[in-house]
Every structure is written in structure tokens, then in C-alpha cells.
Design a protein. Structure first.
Lengths: 109, 109
DNA sequence: CTCATGGTTCGAATATAGTTGAACTATCGG
DNA sequence: CCGATAGTTCAACTATATTCGAACCATGAG
């Protein structure tokens, strides 16, 4: 056991709060599959392996790609967690940057 | 002069209020150029010829295409007006369908 | 009617995005 | 250490979007 944060580990790059761009966020959310994933993170962070229940046939590489688009847009965080990954919504960052946006998107039918 | 609405005229198709889809709206707004156009319609409707798309060098066919994407998504209305077209934001429809969304997007820096 | 203005549409080229298998990496349990 | 699990990355392919010239169409002015 070690408390040292492994630099060599699978720590993926995330944009800083103030680097999050509106256009990229809107684009990331403009896909039904990605939007669905975001909805699943509404209540609480989720292990990647536990979401996307709707389509169990999707290859993991495809799923990984969708997570990447959301992560690079600054919509979700993707961190190591046990032998998998923990996905979470970047609520605070998005709210600070684009107040009301996430709520409006998630609130829609 | 005639009060008859010409059916043969350039009346373009618009989605009905309840046919407006979130994903398409978000996609339409995810382009900086289109977003800029939408911002110009914030205050009041505008003749298409009067809204300069940041780049004055943009060919009219390209500009027409951008208007089409926004129109088909249900973001703007595009109606005949004199020898040109009048563009307007579909505020009410968007507000009814996705409350707060437009405000959040336009309010962003 | 004719012309200039302001736009739409079409088609072809280009650019960007999505999909997927295979190879690779990290972690945990035994 | 080994195998299983979970996910990323890469490369090739397919699909969708964007761009823009050229042709076309409607309106208003003269």
C-alpha cells in the first residue's frame, strides 16, 4: 500500500475550470448517448463499469471514446478507482463557468 | 399587392414547437459562428443581410447553410421579408421546451 | 419587363467525428 | 507471479458536417 499518487498511473488530462469552453460543452452534450451518460451521473459519481446500462452491446473502445469527449470538454471527471475508473460530473466548475446551463440541460425532458 | 401568402414563395420548413429536440439545439449552438449569429438576434429580429458573421468574407452559401442548421434545430425562424429574409430567435418555443437553456447559453461569456 | 439584390439549393471536395478490433496498461485476488 | 477485470490507445474505416462555387429563384425598383 502506498499513499503516493502514481504519476505513471492512468491519470488522464482534464481541462482546468477556466479553460472549459462553451462550444465544446454544448457539442459534448449534443449526443444522445453522451447525454444519457451525464444523466446517470446526476445523482452521484459512478464507476464506469456500472453505467451505460442501456446498451450492453457497445464495445468498450467506443464507450471509452465517449467518456473522452465528455472529459476533454470538461463535463465529467475520470479518475482511477480500484481496478476501474470513477466518473463524476464537474458540477461546480460548470456552474461557475456557465451558471444554470447544466440544470437547464438536465432538466429537459 | 396581395395579402395571399405565396405557397410557391421561399417559405422554409420549421420544426413545430414540440418537435424541437434538445440534442439538435445543443449541436446547433456548439459552433462559434452560429452562436455568434444567435447572439446578434438576442435584442431583436434582424434582416439576414444585416448580420455579419464575424467574417465578412464568408460566401453566402456558407452563411445560408449555418442559418439552415439553426432553423432546422428550431433555434431561429427564417421568414421572407421584402427582398430578403428576417431572422428571429424562437425564444418562447425554446423557453417552453427547455426552460432556462437559452438564457444560460447567451449569458455565458 | 428587366435588372440588381439577397438568398436558397445542389454537388463535389474536404474536414471532422464516430466505430471498432487488437494491443497494451493497471489493479486486485489468489 | 498469474490470471481476470477494467479501461485506454492506436489505426483503419465509415459516416457525417462544413465549405464554397455555380445555378437558380423571388422581390422590389425603375
Amino acid at each position: 500500500m502506498s499513499e503516493i499518487k502514481s504519476d505513471t498511473g492512468p491519470n488522464l488530462p482534464h481541462p482546468a475550470d477556466d479553460e472549459i469552453q462553451l462550444a465544446k460543452v454544448l457539442f459534448a452534450l449534443s449526443d444522445p448517448g453522451r447525454l444519457e451518460l451525464v444523466r446517470q451521473l446526476q445523482e452521484a459519481p459512478l464507476e464506469a463499469a456500472r453505467c451505460h446500462l442501456t446498451d450492453p452491446e457497445i464495445p468498450k473502445s467506443t464507450k471509452s471514446h465517449q467518456m473522452k469527449v465528455l472529459r476533454e470538454a470538461g463535463v465529467i471527471r475520470n479518475e482511477p478507482h480500484g481496478r476501474g475508473r470513477l466518473l463524476s460530473l464537474r458540477r461546480e466548475a460548470l456552474e461557475r463557468r456557465f451558471p444554470g446551463l447544466l440544470e437547464a440541460v438536465l432538466g429537459a425532458l
